[in-house]
Write a new protein. Structure first.
Length: 322
């Protein structure tokens, strides 16, 4: 029996969340007295997974899987779980994994708990802590099925190194036409920038910027911090920024270590989508803006004055501490 994980990658490179999932699974495996097996699809360097506690890697190579397909990937994990006799399967809580997880749960007959933020409270019965009510509360969920499916929240557990060596085994699951019934006709990907999904820091702008011509200061701050840029729904609706940068309950969820909101009032839908971020900073000239109630730090001031000064000071700090 082995704890099974799916390690996300893009263009053959493992994502940071893959190492976090591996780190988490290693601790679960230790509690259960077993090992960790990872499934890697079209991934180049899988040996680095051993640094984070993986004992075996099932390496899948198939050109048809270059584009994520929830049904096909779920079928791969089902077959891997059967091969390894896995009773615990750990995924991330990324958009792709949340799409795939319900399909996999049905195929495995597994109880599924997403948005998990800590190691199991108990393993018998199996209980895990998860966020609830758009990250405003926590719930302890008990999984009573034989196979348990866990969706780990981003940045909830962290990356922890473990000594060991991972055996790499080629794995060729059986896939048929039904697995590829859904077709991807086109993709619009951000290139050359930190993506919202992978970013530890996100700098987000709202209508307070007054127009797309002022977006440069958002990018200046993001560049100096090594952050991703994001926006509120009205900004994307008005066409100032692409919809791929819209964060919130109706956009992309954000669970960054630092979230900076500039000129965003803080509608409930926006706050619901970013509540999982660890530290929230707001810059707004309206002291009554709802965002101040949710923020850890707030600056009441004109963004057009505050942000350029912040960028200047950050550049000075980096230059003096290089």
């Amino acid at each position: 029996m082995s704890v099974l994980i799916y390690t996300e990658s893009e263009n053959g490179k493992l994502k940071k969340i893959a190492f976090e999932v591996a780190s988490y699974a290693k601790q679960v495996a230790n509690a259960l007295g077993t090992t960790v097996t990872a499934v890697a699809v079209n991934t180049d360097d899988v040996t680095q997974l051993s640094t984070y506690g993986v004992d075996k890697v099932l390496k899948v190579t198939n050109e048809k899987l270059n584009t994520f397909n929830a049904k096909a990937y779920a079928d791969i994990l089902k077959q891997a779980a059967s091969k390894e006799d896995s009773k615990v399967v750990v995924l991330s809580s990324s958009a792709n994994d949340k799409f795939m997880a319900p399909i996999l749960a049905v195929e495995l007959g597994a109880g599924y708990v997403p948005n998990v933020v800590a190691l199991p409270e108990n393993t018998s019965p199996f209980q895990v802590k998860r966020t609830a009510f758009t990250n405003k509360a926590f719930a302890i969920s008990e999984i009573n099925t034989e196979i348990k499916l866990i969706g780990l929240s981003k940045n909830a557990f962290g990356i922890k190194e473990s000594e060991g060596t991972a055996a790499v085994e080629d794995f060729t699951p059986t896939l048929d036409d039904a697995d590829f019934s859904a077709k991807v006709t086109s993709q619009d990907k951000v290139t050359g920038k930190v993506t919202i999904a992978d970013a530890e820091i996100v700098v987000s702008g709202g209508r307070g910027l007054k127009g797309p011509e002022n977006w440069g200061m958002i990018e200046d701050l993001a560049n100096v911090l090594g952050a991703a840029t994001a926006c509120s729904k009205p900004v994307s609706d008005m066409g100032w920024r692409p919809h791929g940068e819209h964060v919130g309950q109706t956009g992309k969820p954000v669970a960054s270590n630092l979230y900076i909101a500039i000129g965003i009032s803080g509608a409930i839908q926006h706050l619901a989508g970013i509540n999982a971020s660890k530290v929230k900073v707001v810059i707004n000239n309206d002291p009554e803006a709802p965002f101040f109630k949710a923020a850890d730090y707030g600056v009441v001031g004109d963004a057009f004055e505050v942000v350029p000064k912040l960028v200047e000071k950050l550049k000075e700090f980096k230059a003096n501490n290089a």
